[in-house]
Design a protein around this ligand. Structure first.
Ligand SMILES: Nc1ncnc2c1ncn2[C@@H]1O[C@H](COP(=O)(O)OP(=O)(O)OP(=O)(O)O)[C@@H](O)[C@H]1O
Ligand SMILES: [Mg+2]
Length: 216
């Protein structure tokens, strides 16, 4: 589902990724760990087409994304890739339900279909009774579950998460971790999670360790 081949990336004179290759199978949950500054976020952003590598290939679902122009790439990203970050980045003025719908509406999918999917996902996240709450009226764990539902509303090929539980207490952290594996069971979702949490990293099918711009 994801194939990254010989990725190099520098910022100025700092070489952050030094020839990284990685394959992730359909339905696989892969964790990426490593010291701060090892290049984990940089790699995840390149995998997610948010950033372009200096050289190397990124294929998602068999499509070589390096060949896509900016407009096609935005469309591809909206339809095929879901992101969850450490901070939820929900829009404060909108309800949980509306936040989840937004990527579907940006993708110009039929409103009824988007709303049905959003309701289904909020239900799966245990948030059916919170759908009309604004982010400010939700707990940190609930906000993060809304962000996960939002990432999934377009049924992406891959879900990429960067320290998704880094900002949560231990109870909410466990809950979010459990959810990722439930998503794989129920949806066959392919998931890559960057984390500093050793428990979460160990739960994955495969744990990848990065050090100084390479995979060990
Ligand atoms: N846009 C940028 N411009 C310049 N340097 C950058 C940029 N983004 C990242 N870096 C540098 O690249 C290196 C790798 O950063 P990256 O964010 O990938 O690390 P990380 O492994 O995710 O670390 P952490 O665990 O702290 O999140 C760091 O030294 C960082 O300072
Ligand atoms: Mg990072």
């Amino acid at each position: 589902m994801i194939r990254v081949t010989d990725i190099h990336k520098s910022f100025g004179t700092l070489e952050v990724l030094k020839g990284v290759s990685l394959d992730v199978a359909q339905g696989e949950v892969v964790s990426i760990v490593g010291a701060s500054g090892a290049g984990k976020t940089t790699l995840l952003q390149i995998m997610g087409t948010l950033s372009r590598p200096d050289s190397g290939r990124v294929e998602i679902g068999g499509e070589d994304v390096s060949s896509l122009g900016d407009k096609a790439l935005s469309k591809f990203r909206n339809e095929r890739i879901g992101f969850v970050f450490q901070f939820h980045h929900l829009l404060a003025e909108f309800s949980a339900f509306e936040n989840v719908c937004i990527p579907g509406l940006i993708g110009r999918r039929p409103r009824a279909e988007v709303e049905r999917r959003a309701a289904e996902l909020l239900d799966m996240m245990g948030l059916a009774s919170r759908r009309d709450h604004k982010p400010g009226q939700l707990s940190g764990g609930e906000q993060q579950r809304v962000a996960i539902a939002r990432a999934l509303v377009n049924s992406p090929a891959v879900l990429l998460a960067d320290e998704p539980s880094g900002n949560l207490d231990s109870h909410n952290r466990d809950e979010i971790h459990r959810l990722f594996f439930e998503l794989r069971e129920k949806l066959g979702q392919t998931i890559v999670i960057v984390t500093h949490d050793e428990n979460l990293a160990a739960m994955a099918d495969r744990k990848i360790t990065m050090s100084d711009g390479t995979i060990l």
